[in-house]
Design a protein around this ligand. Structure first.
Ligand code: HEC
Ligand code: HEC
Length: 284
């Protein structure tokens, strides 16, 4: 009798231990499954990005290096996406870009909605089949997962470089007197200026923004009291401050200007870039 009770108790305890162990493993198993699923989603998102998005948003989503389908380097027309102001914030779901665009929902939904619906009045196309675009919902979800996956310790902990842009071009050029026009010519392409403005030597016609080949003269006439330097300086940093009169397809619209307003942030990590672009455009 005693022996049976002991054996029974041991058997019961063993059963409980095995069941308990299985129960303990369950969340880990679920997590592994979720990770594998997310991994596959990000992987297929990477392919979608390379084939559909990198022409405008660049290799690695940095909007620095863009190539057309033939492999020729072209100007990046999209905003950087592998980019702290889009992906990092004071809290996981509040980022600078969401604030700037007055977005009240989550970060995931912010990115998803721009990808699905595009952004009216800009070069950002509509992708979701729901709005007449070429992609299914699962493809949108995958490419969004891929973009979100750029959020990293490294990206988000890098010191935020805040350059205090001087109020006037004169003060700026006093700080950065050595503009390199040859380097500015390259930057004019890599920042995407040429994608909209064409190339001022006439080799590529302006498509979206004004032709800038005569900006040394025109720039000095736009705002009373402004030099061409001051006008170009302000045009790049604050595109909405003054709207140019003539665009290639008719009168320029705005504000809001069709010119991206975030060069002020993108160039803050390297203000010399603007000095170089000004040297290129203004021939000094
Ligand atoms: C033809 C060029 C072009 C292509 C292709 C393109 N985009 Fe864009 N995208 C843009 C432009 C331009 C903007 C900025 C619009 C604006 O000024 O607000 C933008 C904005 C965005 C934004 C919002 C960024 C922000 O900070 O507000 C996201 C996210 C985005 N694109 C994702 C994608 C994804 C994902 C793809 C591929 C499925 C893609 N884009 C393809 C041009 C493009
Ligand atoms: C997405 C298209 C686009 C990109 C990219 C772009 N611009 Fe513009 N730009 C415009 C449009 C449209 C205007 C006219 C509306 C306005 O004045 O804001 C304009 C206006 C200007 C003007 C004033 C032109 C005039 O005739 O008064 C200058 C100067 C200028 N941009 C320089 C630049 C530089 C430099 C870059 C790159 C760092 C750049 N833009 C990038 C579209 C663009």
């Amino acid at each position: 009798m005693q022996v049976k009770v002991v054996i029974g108790t041991i058997a019961f305890m063993l059963t409980m231990m095995i069941m308990g162990f299985a129960a303990l493993r369950e969340p880990a198993r679920l997590q592994e499954f979720t990770h594998a699923y997310q991994g596959r989603s990000i992987e297929s998102g990477a392919k979608i990005f390379k084939n559909n998005c990198s022409t405008c948003h660049g290799v690695d989503g940095k909007a620095e290096l863009c190539y057309d389908t033939a492999g020729e380097q072209i100007g990046c027309r999209g905003l950087p996406l592998n980019y702290a102001p889009l992906l990092c914030g004071d809290s996981a779901d509040r980022t600078q870009r969401m604030n700037a665009m007055n977005w009240a929902g989550t970060k995931d939904a912010f990115i998803q909605s721009v990808v699905a619906a595009g952004r009216a009045g800009t070069a950002m196309p509509t992708w979701s089949a729901q709005f007449g675009g070429p992609m299914r919902d699962d493809e949108i979800a995958n490419v969004v997962a891929f973009v979100m996956n750029w959020e990293s310790e490294e990206l988000c902990s890098a010191p935020v470089i805040t350059f205090d842009w001087p109020a006037t071009a004169e003060a700026f050029l006093a700080e950065f007197p050595d503009g390199d026009a040859a380097n500015g010519e390259g930057l004019f392409v890599t920042y995407g200026c040429s994608g909209c403005h064409g190339v001022p030597d006439g080799s590529v016609a302006a498509a979206v923004g004004p032709d800038l080949s005569n900006i040394t003269v025109d720039g000095a006439t736009r705002v009373e009291g402004y030099t061409a330097e001051m006008y170009v300086y302000e045009s790049v940093l604050h595109p909405n401050a003054v709207i140019a009169p003539n665009c290639p397809t008719g009168p320029c619209l705005g504000p809001p200007s069709a010119m991206p307003a975030n060069f002020i942030e993108r160039m803050a990590t390297n203000p010399q870039d603007l000095a170089d672009i000004m040297a290129y455009l203004l021939g000094k």
